[in-house]
Design a protein around this ligand. Structure first.
Ligand code: GLN
Length: 494
């Protein structure tokens, strides 16, 4: 048994049972990162000394918890008081946070061992991890392809087994889409389920932190650890956190032999023409698997689906233009060394040097959408569309418990393919962004492989969407699917 091959649940049990020492597990992972990450580019920085020290504490019994000894990685927009938090940007290239994000602190308090910070699109804006100032990450399944984004480093690291599990953030799909492209599980929790304290803000009404893992069980374990009220984030709700892991085996939808008492909604707006054949096939197979488990399939209608991408790109860029105003070389971030005449020039030169093209594009779009004269036409209108999208889901959830969709229309695209075509990149979020607009929890699961002409195999993902704060139901359905399929057990050829 190689610790590298185990899920977080299996690994913590193997360590607790004395089959492995945490220090050996950490060494195995560090050696693997050394061997493979030069080419994959998953990590922006690693923390070998700190990881070894924490592993020694686990072995000495001084560090315990539900994640004791499990090596994890965290996206580089999560603040840590160790190392740097650079957010994929030159703007924060040397930023040392004085505090640690609540979700990260909770992972560590549970005994998790952080191996390092993972690469990402600059300020989490993108779907390919190509906009990082620190270079791109490649897809472990095919190195000529993107890992997805913006949490591409975390997704590729889990897929390549350069960590057992990771944290990502999801504003419009950044956990789920890279999870789908890399063949792993990615969960975006309900808005308000996980504290955003210490997450570098992109679009504050959409951002959520969530787990990226090998299995639904691991996602349930990690969510249980990071979820729950935090006085430091006023949008984080004061609602009881269920035992998600126990819920997989018990309760309504849990239990192995009982029929799955769920109605699974399928919407025509997510199926057909636009999807790759392997994606359609994955959905078809998932319907069969879930129906064979006793789930009832119902047709639902989500009529405002097509407004999702434009609405998302107005709301997200507007919020980003405001959130990113703080990076001016004085309050925060890179300061130009060029001689300047006055403060305004200092600001503008610092921002011109510190931000990359995509971030600048978003700031300009958002500033325009919020500007007087255009506010009603763009931002205010987007808020109305957002309401309609939310109402679509509210109605659908009167007919079903969980909604089944693809995560993305296609498997991973080629490096560089969409770099000069922002619109094509944005359209990539068509199946994921609406969940963020509505605040809903959604999970992406490995659900098939697309065979390329060149003999490569690329993962495709399916998405399950649940009602607000119904992660438990979502995880039960996802777990049941995984019990009866083996897509999540496949590894990329490395
Ligand atoms: N691809 C989307 C965007 O570029 C989603 C990003 C995210 O979820 N952080 O905005």
């Amino acid at each position: 048994m190689d610790p590298i091959d185990l899920t977080a649940i299996e690994l913590r049990e193997a360590i607790a049972a004395g089959h492995f020492r945490a220090v050996d597990v950490v060494e195995a992972y560090l050696a693997r990162i050394e061997a493979l990450d030069g080419e994959l580019g998953c990590y922006r920085e690693t923390w070998p000394d700190r990881a070894r020290e924490r592993a020694r504490q686990v072995d000495a019994g001084a560090l315990t918890g539900p994640l004791a000894g499990v090596p994890v990685a965290v996206k580089d927009n999560l603040c840590t008081d160790h190392g740097l938090t650079a957010c994929g940007s030159r703007m924060l290239e040397n930023y040392r946070s004085p505090f640690t994000a609540t979700a990260v602190a909770r992972l560590e308090a549970a005994g998790g061992i952080i191996l390092g910070k993972t690469n990402m699109d600059e300020f989490a804006m993108g779907g390919s991890t190509e906009s990082s100032y620190f270079g791109r990450t490649v897809n472990p399944w095919d190195r000529s392809r993107v890992p997805g984004g913006s949490s591409g480093g975390s997704a590729a690291a889990v897929a390549a087994r350069l960590c057992t599990a990771a944290l990502g953030s999801d504003t419009g799909g950044s956990i789920r889409q890279p999870a789908a492209y890399c063949g792993i599980v990615g969960l975006k929790p309900s808005y308000g389920r996980v504290s955003r304290w210490g997450l570098v803000a992109f679009a504050s009404s959409l951002d959520q932190i969530g787990p990226m893992t090998h299995s639904v069980g691991d996602a349930a374990l990690l969510l249980g650890i990071i979820a729950g009220h935090d006085p430091l984030d006023s949008t984080c709700v004061e609602q009881r956190v269920p035992d998600y892991l126990a819920g997989l085996e018990s309760g309504e939808g849990g239990g192995e032999t009982a029929a799955l008492p769920m109605r699974i909604g399928v919407a025509r707006q997510y199926l057909g023409g636009a999807n790759h054949a392997a994606v359609e096939q994955a959905i078809e197979q998932a319907r069969e698997v879930l129906a064979a488990q006793g789930a009832q399939l119902v047709e639902i209608d989500l009529p405002h689906t097509e407004y999702g991408v434009p609405t998302y790109y107005l709301v997200a860029t507007s919020e980003a233009s405001s959130n990113l105003a703080r990076y001016d070389g004085v309050h925060y971030g890179h300061r130009t060394e060029a001689p300047v005449e006055d403060l305004v020039e200092l600001y503008s030169r610092s921002r011109a040097e510190g931000f990359g093209d995509e971030v600048k594009r978003r700031i300009m779009l958002g500033t325009f959408a919020l500007s007087s004269g255009y506010f009603d036409q763009y931002y205010a209108r987007a808020l109305k569309a957002r309401r309609l999208i939310r109402q679509d889901f509210d109605r659908a959830f009167q007919q079903c418990d969980v909604i089944l969709t693809p995560t993305a229309t296609d498997p991973a695209f080629r490096l560089g393919e969409k770099l000069d075509d922002p619109l094509a990149m944005y359209l990539n979020d068509v199946y994921t962004a609406n969940c963020n607009l509505a605040g809903l929890p959604a999970i992406s699961l490995p659900a098939g492989l697309a065979e390329g002409e060149d003999g490569t195999r690329l993962p495709v993902g399916l998405q399950l969407i649940g009602p607000l704060f119904q992660e438990e139901t979502l995880l039960q359905a996802a777990h049941r699917y995984q019990r009866h399929t083996d897509w999540h057990t496949l590894h990329p050829p490395l």
